[in-house]
Design a protein. Structure first.
Length: 135
């Protein structure tokens, strides 16, 4: 299903032009309009899902194989030195477009980008406490 007021539905389905590097029945992969590195692109399903929580399992199962295929393409063409895959869900987690998508971010030794996670402050017992809440 498509969502009428969703920009990524329009981009993924070709209703608005994109800088597409790959397309199949389920997905379009296109260059991000505000890239954080050279070749930063997005895997976007043609069907609308707000985020990973709503994503269909069958579509979800195709995302990582496609990410690997795009990694290989980008390695051949751009020769990256490392690679980040980022997928944001919810405003607090940095999601700004509420149509599920996966960022593919080639990294280069000299790219000057900083996507490193910062450990939170931790007290004795915090890890055991959260473990006991989860299991
Ligand atoms: P997120 O913050 O994870 O929701 O990522 C949304 C991404 O979509 C950002 O990196 C934007 O730069 C990108 N973006 C938004 N609009 C467009 C567009 N029209 N074409 C390409 N990329 C876009
Ligand atoms: Zn959509």
């Amino acid at each position: 299903m498509k969502k009428d007021d969703c920009i990524f539905c329009k981009l993924a389905n070709g209703d608005i032009p994109t800088n597409t590097i790959y397309e199949d029945d389920d997905f379009r992969v296109f260059l991000d309009a505000a890239p954080v590195t050279r070749g930063h692109c997005l895997i976007v399903p043609k069907e609308h899902f707000d985020s990973l929580e709503q994503l269909d399992d069958k579509v979800a199962a195709k995302v990582m194989p496609l990410a690997r295929k795009m990694m290989k393409l980008l390695k051949d063409k751009l020769g990256w030195d490392g690679f980040n895959i980022i997928q944001n869900n919810g405003k607090v987690a940095g999601q700004t477009v509420f149509h599920f998508h996966t960022h593919l971010i080639p990294r280069y030794n000299d790219d000057g980008q900083d996507l490193v996670m910062k450990p939170m402050p931790l007290k004795d017992g915090d890890i055991e406490t959260v473990l006991n809440e989860i299991i």
